[in-house]
Write a protein that binds this ligand. Structure first.
Ligand SMILES: Cc1ncc(COP(=O)(O)O)c(C=O)c1O
Length: 411
């Protein structure tokens, strides 16, 4: 008997995304390096995949804190203190370390208060629908992160009107706001850093627009946390000098190398968000052992050591950017530690990624649908704990790829 679950799986295999992925896997079975299982990590940025040792240039742990003995020790201490899990939604109980971490995040960010969720995705999924009602509107940048787009769909299901404006386009946003009136209040939802392109939004213009139009600026700064702004507090405060009428979302995973996401908000929203965010009320929290590690990272961010760490990262990033240009390849990004080398055709992009892997360097080969069709890129992430030798090794291997590129794709 064919069960409904089988017919469902079969129907889903026929959706365009699945057909595209399967087609790719069939065309490039040896090149398609997705879904890899890593056997071993460390020391430093080394990792072992299928008995093959590679240097990882695909890690979001930009400052290398995932390997820092102080962070690891704090995590062990957290396990001894709290066990592996606190066993209830925070709507009932929170461990004291969670509350302390929120206070310390707010002090570091310079917001009145902060609330931690288990990820940035769940921050957006909880806070965005929680902040609006059927009387309100959301204006969302067309390139805002997928988790923001998905959160606006939940809000829309609750009756909020959702409008998309052209990427970073102040005039289009202004026109959308005028067309959408009347509304009671609105959210303008954007990324603090667009990680695929490395672009920043025009924060000042968006902020002024929000103040004039009964709107609140909601900035997902996941990629700015830890690597941009003074003491790594992200792009917002350094650009605006205030959080007045702004909600600042950040990541405790990526550069923080711990676990979770947060929203920096005024005191008057702290309790409201706790009650109105479904992902907070109906889901579990960050495992409690992480909070001592989060506090340790905050100690590092707020000390003079942070300047040394960020300098190391900047040096590595500059070394990579200069080196890639010197071998005649184009490179996008460089403001954050994520660089993209445009390759173009999907097969060429996958082939380049597989070649680097064989030579001992892991970078991500990004192809459609994550980027436009035939707009494949090699995505390279600089980390503060990459060594000069590792970077030179990667550049040497990229030079071999550059030698194979047609003239037109060189910088
Ligand atoms: C802007 C932005 N928001 C959210 C996320 C998702 O973060 P998390 O893995 O914590 O859910 C990412 C991940 O890359 C991101 O770039």
């Amino acid at each position: 008997m064919t069960l409904p679950i089988h017919t469902m799986a079969e129907a889903l295999q026929q959706t365009s995304l699945m057909r595209f992925i399967r087609h790719f896997e069939a065309m490039f079975p040896d090149l398609h390096m997705k879904d890899l299982a890593v056997d071993h990590i460390g020391p430093g940025r080394e990792m072992v995949i299928n008995n093959h040792r590679v240097i990882n240039f695909g890690s979001d742990s930009f400052l290398g804190l995932d390997q820092d003995p102080r962070v690891l020790q704090a995590l062990h201490k957290g396990i001894d203190r709290w066990g592996s899990h606190n066993g209830s939604s925070r709507a009932f109980t929170s461990v004291a370390a969670n509350v302390e971490a929120e206070e310390r995040i707010a002090a570091w960010l310079k917001t009145e208060s902060a609330l931690i969720y288990p990820s940035v995705t769940l921050t957006n999924a909880g806070a965005i629908p929680g902040l609006v009602t059927k009387h309100d509107a959301i204006f969302c940048d067309e390139f805002a992160h997928n988790s923001i787009q998905e959160a606006t769909k939940i809000a829309k299901a609750g009756g909020t009107r959702v409008f998309t404006f052209r990427h970073n386009d102040v005039d289009h946003l202004t026109a959308q706001i005028q067309a959408a009136r009347p509304y009671r209040h609105a959210l303008i939802t954007i990324d603090g850093v667009y990680s695929m392109s490395g672009e920043l939004p025009p924060l000042r213009e968006f902020h002024e627009l929000s103040l004039r139009n009964q709107a609140i600026l909601y900035v997902d700064d996941a990629h700015g946390t830890g690597v941009l702004g003074s003491h790594g507090r992200g792009t917002i405060y350094d650009a605006l000098g205030t959080y007045e009428n702004v909600l600042a979302i950040g990541s405790l995973s990526k550069a923080f190398s711990c676990f979770g996401g947060f929203i920096g908000c005024p005191n008057e929203l702290h309790q409201l968000l706790k009650i109105r965010s479904n992902s907070y009320v109906f889901g579990g929290p960050v495992p409690p052992c992480y909070f001592d590690a989060i506090l340790t990272v905050l100690d590092i961010f707020t000390s003079s050591e942070y300047d040394q760490l960020i300098q190391k990262l900047q040096n590595n990033l500059q070394h990579l950017v200069n080196g890639i240009r010197a071998i005649g390849l184009d490179v996008l990004g460089g403001l954050t530690p994520i660089l993209s080398i445009p390759i173009g055709h999907e097969e060429d992009t996958l082939r380049a990624g597989a070649f680097l892997f064989e030579q001992g360097y892991y970078v991500q080969s990004v192809t459609f649908p994550a980027v436009p069709y035939h707009g494949g890129v090699l995505r390279i992430q600089a980390n503060a704990n990459h060594t000069e030798e590792q970077i030179n090794g990667l550049l040497g291997t990229l030079a071999l790829i550059a030698a194979q590129q047609p003239e037109s794709s060189a910088a």
